[in-house]
Design a protein around this ligand. Structure first.
Ligand code: PMP
Length: 437
């Protein structure tokens, strides 16, 4: 059926229903850098699906691994039993994770990974006898998924508005960004450390001995692609260490090469205590997420008597055989393609191309790091978001898929993007900007 003939039977995610009706994007296939639309057009995917198809669509080795796994072992519980693929994937993941991350807990999504990480952080303190450490700290514009835990630590107001009350005892750091001094920075803006000092102030109000964890995306993604200012994450790390607070990096977007190393922790040189991942873990091909845990956290659970440390947490589909097979094939593909090296090599081209939009009509700011980017448009006074969706719509008609989030044009292409396709993406945005008012 054509996109506009589909009727109302299928309830799309809340935020997508109206947009889909007014601007249906219906895809029937995908290969490499392109989606194939229901009306037979090829559209360049400058979003890697939804920040996840890092090696491009339809990687044959991943497809084959899924087929093979589906025919071999459909399901095993991860409660008291398992299968070799889960252990093999855990071994491979810890091999590419920062040093000292030797344990993985599997989930089925980024949201589950975040909720698992928050629960593990609280339980860690409890097994060590610090049951009073339960508070959580997130930050403004942080996005950590749609579970109640992730929503509570998240900092995007419109996501939370309709669903309260959320978790109590959660505080938020402010966005470490000031457009007047940092706007149009390339990569990490300068002068970030004072923003991190806000954590010290928060800990004067909240006794540090009541705080379990601080959770941040190393680069804020869905909230608008804000790279961390220089020294900001380093300062957060130091403050958390000083007070025995666990630092969680939510790497659901930044994981698997987007910053030129497997994890942003490595690219940015700051080591958290817990890392959440998903999306690129299976190149988007099947749902999977995970929590990577540093040894000392894991060891705390292993140290006490069993009745004290038994942790009742897990999902039916944790470490699902199909997802593990996809994950293993994905890591092979990333390695074979040399995806991290490729990203590092092409990131300067990406940066230069994006920043060539400075000075074009409606452009209010541009931010980038690795193969992430955002072009922020000035809002029309009466209709915030109107320019963003119009720009995305024009790009789509022109054969390029970008993501509008309000008046932000968000970009996160597959890491296999070629120079010429970077050009096509940026020129499509430029042309749209010139055609709209
Ligand atoms: N954390 C971050 C940083 C994310 O970007 C996302 C998804 N955009 C999530 C968590 C939630 O992941 P999922 O949608 O797979 O639940």
């Amino acid at each position: 059926p054509l996109a506009n003939d589909v009727g109302d039977a299928y309830w799309l995610p809340f935020t997508a229903m109206r947009q889909f009706r007014s601007n249906p994007m219906m895809f029937v296939g995908a290969e490499g850098m392109h989606y194939l639309t229901v009306d037979g057009r090829r559209v360049l995917d400058a979003m890697a699906g939804l920040w996840c198809v890092n090696a491009g669509h339809g990687q044959p080795r991943i497809v084959e691994a899924i087929r093979e796994a589906a025919g071999r072992l459909d399901f095993v519980s991860s409660f008291k039993m398992s299968h070799p693929g889960a252990f093999e994937l855990a071994r491979r993941l810890t091999g590419i994770a920062p040093d000292g991350f030797d344990h993985v807990f599997f989930t089925n999504s980024g949201s589950e990974a975040v909720d698992s990480a928050l629960k593990i952080a609280r339980a860690y303190h409890r097994v060590r006898g610090d049951a009073g450490r339960t508070k959580l700290i997130g930050r403004a514009k942080g996005y950590h998924g749609m579970g109640f835990g992730g929503l509570s630590v998240g900092g995007i107001g419109r996501h939370k508005r309709d669903f309260g009350p959320l978790l109590p005892d959660v505080s938020h750091l402010s966005l470490p960004y000031d457009r007047a001094s940092m706007g149009f920075s390339r990569g990490q803006p300068e002068a970030g450390a004072p923003y991190a000092d806000e954590l010290e102030s928060l800990l004067q109000i909240n006794d540090p001995m009541t705080v379990a964890a601080v959770i941040v995306e190393p680069v804020i993604g869905s909230g608008g692609v804000y790279p961390p200012p220089v020294n900001y994450l380093e300062r957060l790390r130091a403050i958390c260490s000083r007070h025995g607070i666990l630092l969680i990096f939510d790497e659901v977007i930044t994981g698997f090469g987007r910053l030129g190393r497997p994890f942003a922790a490595q690219a940015l040189g700051v080591t958290p205590d817990i890392i959440t991942c998903a999306k690129g873990m299976t190149n988007g091909a099947v749902p999977m997420g995970g929590v990577l845990i540093r040894d000392f956290v894991f060891d705390a659970f292993m140290a006490g008597p069993p009745e004290a440390i038994e942790l009742f947490h897990g999902y039916t589909y944790s470490g699902h055989p199909l997802a593990c097979a996809a994950g293993l094939a994905t890591l092979d593909v990333y390695e074979e393609l040399g995806l991290c090296g490729r990203t590092t090599a092409i990131a300067p081209v990406w940066e230069a191309a994006l920043h060539s939009l400075k000075g074009e009509p409606h452009v209010a700011d541009i931010r980038n790091i690795g193969l992430l980017g955002v072009v922020e448009l000035s809002s029309r006074t009466a209709e915030a978001g109107a320019r963003g969706s119009l720009c995305a719509q024009m790009c789509y008609e022109d054969g390029v898929l970008v993501r509008a989030s309000g008046d932000l044009i968000v970009l996160s292409p597959p890491l296999v993007i070629e120079e010429e396709q970077i050009g096509q993406t940026v020129e499509s945005i430029r042309s749209a900007l010139h055609r709209m008012n």
